[in-house]
Every structure is written in C-alpha cells, then in structure tokens.
Design a protein around this ligand. Structure first.
Ligand code: ADP
Ligand code: MG
Length: 252
C-alpha cells in the first residue's frame, strides 16, 4: 500500500470516528494479504473489529458505572465461601494462564457480582473483556449463522482475553444451539479465559445442552484448567426482604 493511500485512509477513518481502523491499518492489510482475503471478507473483518473494540469500550464504561467490586462483597454473608478462593482469582493469574473459572450456585448468592468484579479487575489490568449471557451469545451466533456470517461473529467471543458467560442453565438449549456454544468453548480452549456462571451443577449440563455427549465435550474443555467455586448459601437479594418480613411479623 502506498504511503499516500494509507495516510489518506487514516485521515478519513479518524474523521469518520473509526480510531481502531486508523491505528491498525497495516496490520489489517497484512492479515488480508496472508489470508488472501476477498474484498468483502476484508471489509467485513475491518468493520467487525471496529465494532468489537467499540463494544469493548462501551462495556468498560458500563462496568465503571456499575462498579461492583470485591470490596463491596460481604463475605461474612456467605460463610461457606472461602474468600481466599476469590482473592486468588483476583490476582488474575488464571487469565495469564488462559485458564477458566466457574461460579456455581443458586440465585442471589452474588455470582454475577463476583464475575463483574473479576472482569473489572481484569479490565484495569489491561486485559480485554466481553460480558454476555449464554442466551444472548447463542441468539447472536444463530442470527449470524443464518446470515452466513458465523466466522466473523465468533470473533466477538474469541477475541477478548476474558469472556464472561453468565446465566448458563436458565434456558435449555437445542442441539444446534449447544453446538454453537461448543464452538466457542473449544476454540477458546487454552487460548483465552472464560468465567462461566451457572445455577446448575455440572451433572445437570446434559439437560441444559440437550445432549450428554455434547455436554461432556464442552465440560471436558472447560474444566481441564478451571477453578470451580460453588456458592451454596442464602440469597442476598432476599436478605432485606426476609428481614422486613420478620420485622413485620414481630410487630403484628
Ligand atoms: P446471582 O448472580 O448469584 O444471582 P447477583 O450477583 O446478581 O446474584 O447478586 C444479587 C444482588 O445482591 C446484587 O445486587 C449483588 O451486588 C448483591 N449481593 C449478592 N451477594 C452479596 C454479598 N455477599 N455482599 C454484598 N452484596 C451482595
Ligand atoms: Mg446472576
């Protein structure tokens, strides 16, 4: 690419508010060369990457707003949860090792809170992160597959250093959907971390994924390098409600 053309593209990309294109132009061109990409695939790559960076940025901003941190988590409310296990995860050595973490337990015990706090910590340490519910991920992948853009959509879930997948097990999946999940998990295997959150035990995953063999294949890759944290205590959401009910019944 001539210097003149690349300088012009950078200027135009900056004017259009596409900072990532401006920064990574040479890298894109090189990838396109190496992969002998067609024109449409190249444009698809460039736009998908820009969008991913933008989503990531927006998510960072949302995280800053939601600011759930480990300091806000009251460990005394979950006496069976060893705080050291969470503090170990917060060192992020599992992210460096491209290993996984699973947070399991019933509703309201603070699984999402802890996952967000870990994601915030990873973000602060400069790792890219992406947060999704399992259902959203499956929905987006299915739509992309139907439109013939699965490969580029998969990149959204393969690119970040940490992928947080929340609410695994709330809705059972069909086989084709479970297969999309398998693709994400197996492609990230030993390449990037997953923080997975579920209200189901692993033995129930056969039902969640609608197929024992597929569930086993997913678990096999997920659990090979994985810290599993089970939180089996009371719901924090119900804490204040129960206290209020007790107060009312004492008053009555
Ligand atoms: P889960 O994902 O396990 O259903 P959440 O993380 O959504 O639960 O927690 C529900 C609410 O209770 C959130 O507002 C969360 O910040 C709060 N919460 C849960 N556990 C604790 C705790 N131990 N200390 C402080 N806040 C908590
Ligand atoms: Mg939750």
């Amino acid at each position: 690419m001539s210097q003149l053309v690349s300088a012009r593209i950078r200027t135009m990309a900056a004017k259009l508010g596409l900072p990532h294109v401006a920064e990574s132009l040479n890298q894109y061109a090189q990838r396109a060369d190496e992969a002998k990409m067609g024109y449409l695939d190249f444009l698809d790559l460039v736009l998908a990457e820009e969008l991913a960076v933008r989503d990531d940025r927006r998510f960072r901003q949302n995280l800053r707003l939601s600011h759930k941190t480990l300091d806000d988590y009251d460990f005394s409310f979950q006496p069976e949860l060893d705080p050291r296990k969470i503090k170990d995860l917060a060192t992020l050595s599992f992210v460096e090792a491209k290993a996984n973490a699973a947070l399991l337990g019933p509703p309201g015990v603070g699984k999402t809170h802890l996952a967000v706090a870990l994601a915030v910590a990873a973000c602060r340490a400069g790792f890219s992160i992406y947060f999704t519910s399992l259902d959203d991920m499956v929905r987006h992948l299915k739509a992309a597959e139907a439109a013939g853009r699965l490969t580029s959509k998969l990149r959204t879930y393969l690119r970040p250093a940490v992928l947080v997948v929340d609410e695994v097990g709330y809705q059972p999946l069909e086989r084709a959907e479970a297969n999309l999940v398998f693709q994400v998990i197996s492609k990230r295997y030993e390449k990037g971390s997953i923080i997975l959150i579920s209200n189901k035990t692993f033995s129930e995953w056969g039902q969640v994924f609608g197929d024992e063999v597929l569930a086993t294949a997913i678990l096999d890759r997920l659990l090979h390098h994985c810290d599993v944290i089970s939180i089996n205590g009371p719901s924090y959401r119900l804490k204040n409600r129960l206290a209020a009910i007790e107060r009312d019944s004492e008053a009555a």
